[in-house]
Design a protein around this ligand. Sequence first.
Ligand code: ADP
Ligand code: ZN
Ligand code: ZN
Length: 743
Amino acid sequence: MQHIAKIIIDLSLDKAFDYNIPAVLSGKVKIGSRVNVPFGRGKRQGYVLGIGTHTDFPRELKDILSMCEGHSRIPQKLVKLGEWMADYYCCSREQAIRTLLPRAVRSGKIKHKTMPFYAVADPAEAEIFVAENHERKVLHSQLEMLKLLLNHQDMSREQLLNEHNVSVSTINTLKKKGLVIEEKRHIARDPFHDVQIIADKDQKPTPEQGVALEKLAEMINQPEGRRTALLFGITGSGKTEVYLQCISRVLDKGQDAIVLVPEISLTPQTVRRFRARFGDMVSVMHSRLTEGERFDEWNKISDGKVRIVVGARSALFAPFRNLGLIIVDEEHENSYKQGEAPRYHARDVAVMRGHMENAVVILGSATPSFESYHNALSGKYELIRLTRRVDKCVLPIMKVIDIRLDKSSGDDKKSSFFTKMLYEAVNDRLWRGEQSILFLNRRGYARQMMCDNCGYVAECSECSVAYTYHQHNETLTCHMCGDSIKAHTRCPDCQSEEIKYSGIGTEKVETVAKKIFKHARIARMDSDTMKTAAAYEHVLNEFKRGNIDILIGTQMIAKGLHFPNVTLVGIINADQSLHIPDFRAPERTFQLITQVAGRAGRGDVKGEVLIQTFTPFNETIQSAIKHDFNGFYENDMEVRKMLMYPPAGHLITVHFQGEELNEVSTYATQFMEYLRPACHEKIIISEPAPAPVERVKSKYRYIIILRGEKTTQLRRYIRHYALNAKHPKGVHVYADVDAQSLM
Ligand code: ADP
Ligand code: ZN
Ligand code: ZN
């Protein structure tokens, strides 16, 4: 008899405990179950990680007390995935297991929503009542309600009250008379809010899509062989259509599918495409769901009521039990990496989940991450390409403008970041009634405030970064911690009024654009102006309807939006993302230029992309304008190979944070000594040093950067010491495996 359960408690102990399964619970307790157990002097919730017959515990085991309410159980295979995550990402088991279950489900506080439904108790009796009393005016409303129910079988309270103007007292009277019965039923909260969807069917594949589908169908139908494919298709090449048809095949086999998209592109437009094809089989998961909606979506998936989930990062852990396909759209996106523990990368965990459950994984992108492209070239992933746009539109013309050679635009000095060429191009579009997009990857008005007299730069007092100036409310804001103060009118150091703002943000572009394009309708889209989903939808709709001529924005506008009337994209300053001290800066810049350029010329008119830069001959910019991903990859890989940066090697960072600089730096040095024995000659160590942003929210930050090959043992050491060593009280330590940023 298997009666011993290994249970992990909802505390961060990174340890499983053995409990006895009492006879009353036998058969109910399964791997992944949530149970109540005695712990110390109290009661705690825990998750069952395993069930067996053996224990090493020398004394008598305590009994599991009961099952947690709701019986939400994590599928067994997901529990395994959680354990892998804990090991690989060097976090505690609890942190990993907790990620598998949304808080709304875990907390046990959220219940199914119920709604009373009404039906006639006995139809014959109701008919007689109606017939006998049909002339009595006082009974009119009761008779009406009975007739309704006789015609409709049953109706919800909401329907009766709102759609048929029945009063609460009528319902209660009929209940009392025993003519009508009430029944409480579970109903699902509806995150779609009754959006009307027009159904559509599979499109006839283009020849390229046909080839892609054939390969993918083969992978889906054959349980053996490669399970991951990289779908490398330029913007507008019909990747989404390929996803949709693959999902159909998986559903036909009786299996389920997960579609991951970056949170930023999880717009109603995206969701609509999946709902149009698969209707109510689709569940949606994103950060704007209420806890109640999230609870319902999770349960719908767990109960097999839906077959497809479309969602951001966390949707990867949808509790499907017969998973056939995982799609990771825009797989190169940064936001797939979680910023807090467990610091997992959803793309990589997707590949792992696919491997564990023998599901096919499709990674899609127009600008693949180096990691995925590397795996595709080495044969680990199947490489599938889509090189043509479905609408047969040609790629836009890309032009580089050397800002240094063109300072003569507009009428005043402030507009110098509109070169003459860009200014005229926008003006042309205004004349022709076409639309323009202007892109700049920094929000706010000016990058920094500086005193011209003494050189003082306004910096956040908690973080070692300069404040960004926001003009509309005259504030200086820290983009690190969000702190915000009233902008200075005099220098706090020397009292001079010679305050200067340098560097530009979207807010300033908007202000200047309004000045030089007097009659244009202009809107701005960045995280300052788009605080709600409704604001975002509104601007998109206005733009789509042609009520906006120029849309200015950050990367928020770079993502998968289709606007046929946009014929010009201007990149205000391409250097901005290029000169960040991070080995991925060129890769991100290439991606940004390509993505933004993909917004131009989706209609009948050829699009034009103007890239303003101080470094026109930079290799990254040159490759991007030639649409030469492969050349760019080969070139940049040379450097990465030399320095063992991913994907040539693994990259792991260990972070130390605390209020006392001395304590942080001393401990970082000591910690490095713990790791030394696991660092063989194929591992490059960057000794403990202050992080590029040295201080955030008044905490000093130190960082150790480790990279190289064969890192399994090193990871084990890091995990062990990060979780078990006795850190100094004020110092927080964590590891970031496959770190996406070195800041
Ligand atoms: P991507 O995801 O690669 O950017 P989409 O799948 O969004 O491309 O396709 C671009 C446009 O082409 C969409 O409007 C889509 O409906 C349409 N489309 C895709 N495949 C086909 C097809 N085989 N036949 C007709 N239209 C298609
Ligand atoms: Zn000064
Ligand atoms: Zn700050």
